[in-house]
Design a protein around this ligand. Structure first.
Ligand code: SAM
Length: 324
């Protein structure tokens, strides 16, 4: 585990850790972004708190206690013990307004730190995607499309609450079989072409895979494997298999810095390590910061031969952590 140092980011001091090419910072990302060097970030891959409030201290306490709050805790489903999942169907009008304000503010805090042409990949879900997208567009981002991560989650498909027997043939919303990710870009200067943006800012496009094929907007994915969940027990940990593809695409020339402002377990930073990119992750909760500090190297070292060949080429992994 790397030593926690204090890095200076004017005018604020935050606990931070350096792990390979990754810098992990314990801070509120809004505060951090407002003090970040202008135009210093080349791409963002992130998975925010969708319902905004599920990672607030009071909600996390309820999740741990297994009682109340936004985290749904049914003990089992089809004989399997289930992990806690936030209940976004429980968002009321006030929560939805809070969510819009949150992502609008976030867009405005993030934009100055991004280089023109920088892409943002943001995880969401079918229930809140339109709210998140509208708020980011209102906050100043260009909408560049949507990416579909094909994965069957436990979201949706439930019978009407407290009337499961009465309406046994009904589900209140579709069972989620994909996870939408918004693809956004900070506008390039007026009249600038993608080619000029690549030359000037190293941004503007998306990196092709190492075999020359274009980055595609439907990705066959999986739930996060047990081995990764055992390394980092974050309730929302995303799999390395998708993160490595997204992080790779986010830097079109393979140059620059990828940011994850809601770093959680550090999985995006681990993916950046595996791809060989510099990265910065911001995590507000001290316990998740510590978790990420211990997990990044281990997650990065997981071998995914097919994915790694697509993003690193065949000889890729030998350079990682001195080839260990
Ligand atoms: C959905 S989780 C991200 C999980 C991550 N993708 C992973 O694979 O582990 C969102 C994370 O953002 C953190 N968070 C929430 N608000 C934050 C803020 N304002 N600044 C920094 N981190 C924040 C939460 O503590 C949580 O760990």
């Amino acid at each position: 585990m790397s030593a926690i140092s204090k890095i200076k980011q004017k005018p604020l001091l935050y606990p931070s850790a350096k792990i390979g090419k990754a810098t992990l910072v314990q801070a509120d990302c809004f505060e951090w972004l407002r003090a970040a060097a202008p135009e210093s970030i080349h791409g963002v891959v992130t998975d925010p708190p969708y319902g905004v409030k599920e990672f607030d201290d009071d909600q996390l306490e309820k999740m741990v206690a297994g009682k109340g709050g936004i985290w749904r805790l049914p003990p089992s489903f089809d004989g399997n013990v289930r992990s806690p999942l936030p209940r976004f169907t429980a968002l009321d009008a006030k929560d939805r307004e809070r969510l819009s304000v949150f992502f609008n503010d976030w867009a405005q805090a993030l934009l100055p730190a991004l280089r023109p042409g920088a892409h943002v990949f943001i995880a969401t879900n079918g229930f809140v995607a339109q709210l998140v997208y509208s708020a980011l567009i209102a906050g100043g981002f260009e909408f560049r499309g949507q990416l579909i991560r094909l994965v069957r989650t436990m979201r949706g498909g439930d019978r009407p609450k407290n009337a499961e027997t009465e309406f046994a043939d009904v589900c209140s919303m579709p069972r989620a079989c994909f996870e939408p990710w918004g693809v956004f870009r900070k506008a390039m200067p007026p009249k600038m072409t993608v080619a000029d943006c690549l030359r000037t800012y190293q941004t503007g496009g998306l990196r092709r895979y190492q075999d020359g094929l274009p980055f595609e907007d439907v990705i066959d994915s999986e739930r996060t494997p047990k081995a990764e969940r055992e390394i980092a027990g974050h309730p929302s940990i995303k799999p390395q298999s998708i993160l490595r593809l997204l992080v790779h695409a986010a830097l079109p020339l393979g140059e620059g810095v990828v940011l994850d402002p809601f770093a959680g377990s550090g999985s995006t930073l681990a993916a950046a390590e595996a791809v060989g990119y510099k990265s910065i992750g911001i995590e507000r909760q001290p316990s998740y910061f510590k978790m990420a500090e211990g997990a990044i190297r281990k997650l990065a070292q997981i071998r995914l031969p097919e994915i790694d060949a697509r993003v690193n080429g065949p000889a890729s992994r030998l350079a990682l952590f001195g080839g260990k």
